[in-house]
Write a protein that binds this ligand. Structure first.
Ligand code: ADP
Ligand code: ADP
Length: 236
């Protein structure tokens, strides 16, 4: 079934019409890939879903992003709560300059979760889900910046998962990462889709073909094709 229904979405930056009349569903427990050339609106589309575009001066969004009966573009929604339910991972891993443990524990504390035992459990569980637990369990108090790029990215995924999101948005999560770690992250995403709906921007067509259930092809701000990935990649 569908978890997010985007209807007639438009994003503007001053006079630049970056996303044009986009209407696509985001399916539950599946991976939706957004592909297309650079500058065609993929990141703008992605950032609009969890209202990160609000942070860009001069950005304007119109249309509907229906989720759980509400339009996420509604000015009245609680964006802090929204960003827990709809998490985001960026191209460049951005762990806090803190310990591996605190990277996950701190957002939990901010979101009102109390009790060391409970927090420790969630830290361990999310590291496990992000396929990082074995590598870091003996060094949780070390700086997150001591990890490799690929490990940092999995830590950022763990940090998002700790808040139990329904949807995870990933903006080219492997393009700044070495091929071995990148393959590990692809495997991880295939496992995660059993519990969370994933939307991934990628420049890499092979990556979309390998992991996505549905693919949307963006061109100059429009979605010019949307289909099940196997259909998309077999029809010329
Ligand atoms: P991408 O990997 O999405 O192509 P870019 O390198 O184009 O990323 O953009 C990097 C950052 O610069 C992003 O935060 C993006 O929002 C911002 N950016 C891109 N184009 C512009 C622009 N015309 N004016 C201001 N900021 C921009
Ligand atoms: P993609 O992710 O496909 O590379 P973007 O969404 O980053 O595309 O960019 C779509 C258009 O919006 C581009 O023309 C880009 O310059 C513009 N843009 C992106 N981010 C910003 C920004 N922060 N401020 C102004 N313009 C931006």
């Amino acid at each position: 079934s569908v978890i997010i229904e985007v209807n007639d979405l438009n994003v503007y930056y001053k006079n630049n019409h970056a996303v044009k009349n986009v209407s696509i569903p985001i399916r539950e427990r599946s991976i939706t890939a957004l592909i297309g050339p650079s500058g065609c609106g993929k990141s703008s589309f992605l950032r609009t879903i969890n209202r990160m575009n609000d942070l860009i001066a001069g950005a304007k969004c119109q249309g509907e992003i229906m989720y759980d009966g509400i339009n996420l573009l509604d000015k009245k929604i609680d964006v802090v709560a929204l960003r827990k339910e709809i998490g985001m991972v960026f191209q460049k891993p951005n762990p806090f300059p803190k310990s591996i443990y605190e990277n996950i524990a701190m957002p939990l504390k901010f979101s009102g979760i109390r009790g060391k035992t409970r927090i420790n459990e969630i830290v361990e569980e999310s590291l496990f889900q992000a396929a990082l637990l074995e590598e870091v369990k003996d060094r949780l108090t070390q700086s997150a910046l001591s990890l490799s790029g690929g490990q940092q990215q999995r830590l950022c995924i763990a940090r998002a998962l700790a808040l139990k999101p329904k949807v995870l948005l990933l903006d080219e999560p492997t393009s700044a990462i070495d091929p071995v770690s990148s393959a590990k992250i692809e495997d991880l995403l295939l496992t995660l889709k059993k519990q969370v709906s994933l939307v991934i921007v990628t420049h890499n067509m092979q990556q979309a073909a390998r992991i996505a259930d549905q693919t949307a092809f963006f061109y100059e701000g429009e979605v010019v094709e949307y289909d099940d990935t196997p259909v998309m990649f077999t029809n010329p």
